[in-house]
Design a protein around this ligand. Structure first.
Ligand code: ADP
Length: 581
């Protein structure tokens, strides 16, 4: 925090020096500060102007993650487009734009006179022992492991102005058989073999048994590594996920934010350099086609970063890249819609494309996993969706009818939801559930935001039905029918177990769509995290870990498996590094 303040003061000093040179002076490279005051905060940005060209824009005060994420694509857009149509902007986009406009006013330039998207080929060259692309869960883990193995100079290139990637946005659930939170009985019954069977069957028997075995055999050891070596705090309870025979998902305190923060803190503590706002574009090969570095863009410059041991790709999947989703996805729904995603906009398949350019084999690229219940306005998860596992929470479609066993696996739920009218469904939380889970006190902010976004209604059943345009009569029929089945404890319609009657009074109803959540396709690796080419041969100097990797799970991935996978293969990638000859 202190270093951030010093950094901002330094920038102000630089700006004061530079702004004293008018645009007519000889000074050609200039940084300017701009700000915009909202009701709650002052947004500060910095712009870099060089040779009459707008080169780079950066958000300086970045404690609002929605704003950080928005700034990444908005600033790229401003850098490319002179035609900024504010009418189509969201509130956050407008606020960021006004801060940029203010910085340009402060520069004395006119927005319209600035040249946009002009890359100068000023090449800077760096050399490191280890180069990792992407400071998410897998990348930071690789970096920490590499340091522990004795490598000295390690750099992680990160596109965003903060670390953590999608890992930061995840729910922080980590599946490990025989873990410390399971009771004695479950510890006795659960095993690596059963976990492996669950992962394989969860992927409809199409996953890679060798890679899945690596996950099953190492999940517990790496949960201890996170807890004991990295200082990650775990909650005392567990979460059950569809497809797992035993309840075995550990929950990290503060979800993905807790995990990302612990990894970043550890990386900082042991002297790992994270080169922020640096977008890797291209892998560099030597004359023997060994990967020896990466070409990246940083503040309007092209930089080359060389490595003595090769490069670890940890850039995540391609859930935010609409054109890749359309290129590879088979589903009619993906082809005919600009689907929303639960992912950060930075997760755009860059690593997959870079690896492909040097001959990597891509596998399972059409296997795209949706998350069933997400906010139709944003594509984000609903914390409120936790309530779905209650025995008296149900989903209905626009006709007010139930259409699925609400406890089905993610893929079944998503597929069914996508095929409902408008691709939209409605989750009903009855007064008993609201009270028992203390929903209003647990999620007040989410409820307020969702009301503002028009995706949540609180009130009588009739009010809910009218708000979402659902025929009230159908809805009451559905609930009556459900309550009759609940009195026998058996759901004869969709075979859901343990259903309980729905109470009457004040309900919460929210609308939901399925959004792209995980791309199971990516680069093919072996058990040592080495990237393979079309012939199944190792591409020397290239390693990959995390969601950039494809072909592990096959057609479906079980919940709480991605975190152990990123951590395990992140460490393995570092263990596989060798000084290149
Ligand atoms: P994983 O779970 O596989 O570790 P994450 O989504 O947590 O994936 O992290 C991926 C990270 O890679 C994100 O922080 C993202 O911003 C970063 N990233 C993606 N593309 C690039 C790129 N071209 N250059 C640098 N960083 C990138």
């Amino acid at each position: 925090m202190k270093s951030k303040k010093i950094f901002i003061m330094l920038i102000i000093v630089i700006c004061l020096i530079f702004t004293s040179c008018s645009k007519n002076s000889d000074e050609i490279k200039t940084l300017f500060l701009g700000e915009y005051k909202t009701e709650n905060q002052i947004i500060e940005v910095e712009v870099l102007i060089e040779d009459n060209a707008l080169k780079h824009i950066e958000l300086l005060n970045s404690n609002n993650s929605q704003m950080q994420i928005t700034s990444v694509y908005l600033f790229e857009d401003i850098l490319k487009n002179s035609d900024n149509n504010l009418e189509n902007y969201t509130q956050i986009e407008k606020e960021l734009f006004f801060a940029v406009e203010n910085a340009i006013e402060n520069s004395g330039y006119d927005f319209d006179d600035l040249v946009l998207d002009k890359q100068t080929e000023i090449k800077q060259s760096y050399n490191y022992d280890v180069v990792i692309i992407g400071a998410g869960g897998a990348g930071l883990t690789s970096a920490i492991e590499a340091k522990n193995l004795g490598y000295e100079n390690i750099v992680v290139l990160e596109k965003m102005s903060f670390a953590g990637g999608n890992t930061r946005m995840s729910n922080g659930c980590y599946a490990a058989p025989n873990n410390w939170n399971q009771d004695a009985e479950a510890q006795k019954l659960d095993s690596e073999e059963i976990f492996l069977k669950d992962l394989y069957e969860g992927g409809l028997n199409t996953g890679d048994l060798n890679l899945l075995t690596v996950i099953a055999e190492n999940a517990l050891e790496n949960a201890y590594w996170l807890k004991d070596e990295i200082g990650v705090e775990f909650q005392e309870d567990l979460t059950w996920y569809e497809g797992h025979e035993y309840t075995r998902a550990l929950r990290i305190e503060e979800d993905g934010i807790g995990l990302a923060n612990s990894l970043v803190e550890k990386a900082n503590e042991i002297g790992i350099e994270i080169m922020y706002t640096t977008t890797a574009d291209e892998l560099i090969l030597n004359e023997n086609r060994v990967v020896v570095g990466v070409r990246a863009r940083r503040a309007g410059e092209v930089v080359e970063v060389f490595s003595n041991t090769g490069v670890i790709l940890a850039t995540g999947g391609f859930s935010s890249n609409t054109s890749m989703l359309k290129d590879f996805g088979n589903e009619e729904y993906i082809q005919s819609n600009d689907v929303k995603t639960t992912n950060s906009p930075a997760i755009s398949g860059d690593g997959i494309n870079m690896a492909y350019e040097v001959g990597a084999q891509l596998i399972d690229m059409s296997e795209i996993q949706f998350y069933p219940i997400t906010n139709p306005a944003t594509g984000n998860f609903y914390k409120l969706d936790d309530a779905r596992l209650n025995d008296n929470a149900i989903l209905v479609n626009l006709n007010g009818e139930r259409f699925v066993n609400e406890h089905e696996t993610r893929d079944v739920l998503s597929e069914t939801i996508i095929s409902q009218p408008k691709g939209e469904v409605y989750q009903i939380l009855d007064p008993d559930t609201i009270k028992r889970m203390d929903i209003e006190n647990l999620y007040p902010l989410e409820i307020e935001q969702c009301i503002e976004l028009g995706v949540l209604y609180k009130g009588s059943l009739k009010g809910c039905a009218e708000y979402f345009g659902i025929p009230y009569e159908n809805l009451t029929n559905t609930i009556e029918q459900y309550n009759i089945m609940a009195s026998t404890g058996f759901d004869s319609e969709f075979q859901r177990e343990g259903i309980q009657p729905i109470s009457d009074g004040e309900f919460i109803m929210f609308s939901a769509i399925s959004s792209v959540h995980h791309t199971m396709g990516g680069v093919k690796i072996d058990e040592n995290a080495q990237v393979l080419n079309e012939n199944g041969e190792i591409i020397k100097g290239l390693f990959a870990a995390g969601e950039v990797v494809g072909g592990i799970y096959g057609e479906n991935r079980l919940g709480a498996a991605a975190l152990p996978e990123s951590i395990i293969f992140g460490r393995i990638a570092a263990q596989s590094l060798k000084i290149l000859e």
